[in-house]
Write a protein that binds this ligand. Structure first.
Ligand code: FES
Length: 146
């Protein structure tokens, strides 16, 4: 830790840009990387942690490689999103916002991904799937486990 007089205000956005860079490199924010980056930017570690804590996009723990996002917006909820989430949770053995032990999948809740007409909607990586059934989910998991 540096004495307070050694800290300075980095250029606007530098902390956020650094957080994105670390997250892209590791898939999460390892503590040692945060500490090193805070030193090189000349900001307190607490500033890095505080900024990272504010945004849901950052994680302090390793995350599953494939993010499974179940939309729980109103249209999807009415069309059975809760059952899909329960099914995935049981199939993967994890709760929402957790990753599988092999770090293959991470299960996430999201609110309206803008495809309400296709409800219920699940996203896996960059792909969006509509009118999803539990059988579809089993097929998806099998495809990504191969
Ligand atoms: S509520 Fe699910 S896509 Fe809009």
């Amino acid at each position: 830790m540096l004495p307070a007089q050694h800290y300075h205000q980095p250029p606007a956005g530098a902390v956020l840009a650094a957080l994105h860079e670390i997250s892209a490199r590791y898939g999460y924010l390892p503590q040692d990387e945060l500490r090193q980056t805070a030193l090189s930017l000349g900001v307190p570690l607490s500033q890095m942690v505080s900024a990272a804590s504010f945004y849901a996009a950052f994680s302090f723990r390793p995350c599953g490689r494939h993010k499974l996002q179940v939309c729980e917006g109103t249209a999807c909820y009415v069309k059975g999103a809760a059952a899909l989430m329960q099914h995935l949770s049981a199939a993967l053995g994890i709760a929402p916002e957790q990753s599988t032990q092999d770090l293959l999948f991470m299960l996430k809740r999201v609110r309206c991904v803008g495809s309400c007409g296709l409800a219920p909607v699940v996203r896996l990586g960059d792909e969006t799937f509509g009118r999803v059934t539990t059988a579809d989910l089993d097929a998806l998991l099998a495809r990504y486990r191969e």
